[in-house]
Design a protein. Structure first.
Length: 342
């Protein structure tokens, strides 16, 4: 049975929220709600925000002209209207657009004999500025979001398990396709696996940290060329007792998270990927992709996902460490000392 992914390979979290009763919380943070909307809904809200305000104030300008009797004295040149050359709702709507957008064509203009019009002019100028600031701010934040930048951060299609300095390590590769770098890049990894506690509680998606160099600072990356991220399988690792045979039958997911700041914009970017149990290759190593060219180092991304098989013990890291300890003890006791000599 194929495991349902918690995080897709492209980084999308495969979680849907249902039965949310307190929907008013979305309205209390209306700015983030509008930024999180899809583009088609954001553009619809953007258009409606301006159209509704233009129509609303256009209706009020027409209503003022109607109540003052300006529409009944269109041909009376001795009459001073509230707005010159306003002869209906269409012209009131156009005057509303000119007022809010500060176009000012000069054909329709407010007179000084209309105090209610002056108050409405001030009110529309203030509210129009607020609408402009809010909507332009939403669109600017949405356009400048670093989500697309994460698409140029790539992860290897498989993770591998092999020996490094006589220690079993779980490894995967990350790379950046752009010339502009990710500043203060850091990497994290989590093991997602079902768990049952000693009290009988079942935790369907328990999260366990996989050390990728937090203690030594190796999790802070200088991501100029592709890097191989290594998790040493020691006694603190959840894979300490996992052998090759157990790995093939196990059911888990490894979620990797790369975070950093975009050099061009200064905004924080996050890229994610995941590896299921059948995407972890035991006894493989990544092919080298970095070579020395004329005057520079050249990266061949054509072999970014390639792995090669290497001799690797099929036992678990615990068994491998125990065998190494027995071998070292045998060598220690087999060396003759001066105390053994007469």
């Amino acid at each position: 049975r194929k495991r349902q992914r918690y995080v897709e390979k492209d980084g999308k979290c495969n979680v849907q929220h249902g039965n949310v009763r307190e929907t008013y919380r979305y309205l209390t943070d209306i700015f983030t709600t509008l930024v999180d909307l899809k583009w088609r809904f954001s553009l619809l809200v953007f258009i409606l925000a301006y159209a509704v305000t233009w129509l609303f104030f256009g209706l009020i300008w027409w209503f003022i002209a109607y109540c003052r009797g300006d529409l009944d004295h269109l041909e009376d040149h001795a009459w001073t209207p509230c707005v010159n050359n306003l002869n209906g709702f269409v012209s009131a709507f156009l005057f509303s657009i000119e007022t809010e957008t500060t176009i000012g064509y000069g054909h329709r203009v407010i007179t000084d004999k209309c105090p209610e019009g002056i108050v409405l002019l001030l009110l529309q100028a203030i509210l129009g500025s607020m609408v402009n600031a809010f909507m332009v701010g939403c669109m600017f934040v949405k356009i400048s979001q670093p989500n697309k930048r994460a698409e140029t951060l790539v992860f290897s299609s498989h993770a591998v398990v092999s020996l490094r300095d006589d220690r079993l390590c779980l490894m995967f590769r990350v790379g950046d396709l752009r010339d502009s770098h990710i500043v203060e890049a850091s990497i994290r990894a989590k093991l997602i696996k079902s768990k049952q506690t000693q009290e009988g509680e079942f935790i369907p998606l328990d999260q366990t940290d996989l050390s990728v160099g937090f203690e030594t600072g190796d999790d802070r990356l200088f991501l100029v060329s592709p890097l191989i991220i290594s998790h040493e399988i020691d006694e603190r690792s959840p894979f300490w007792d996992v052998s090759r045979h157990q790995l093939e039958k196990d059911d888990f997911e490894i979620v990797v998270i790369l975070e950093g700041m975009v050099e061009a914009t200064g905004m924080t970017c996050q890229a994610r990927s995941s590896y299921l149990a059948d995407e972890v290759l035991w006894g493989h190593r990544f092919s080298p992709v970095l070579s020395l060219a004329e005057g520079c180092y050249e990266v061949d991304y054509g072999g970014f996902h390639h792995t090669v098989p290497v001799p690797t013990p099929a036992c678990s890291a615990r068994q491998l460490a125990a065998a190494a300890a027995r071998r070292d003890a045998h060598l220690y006791w087999s060396i003759p000392s001066r105390l053994d000599q007469p």
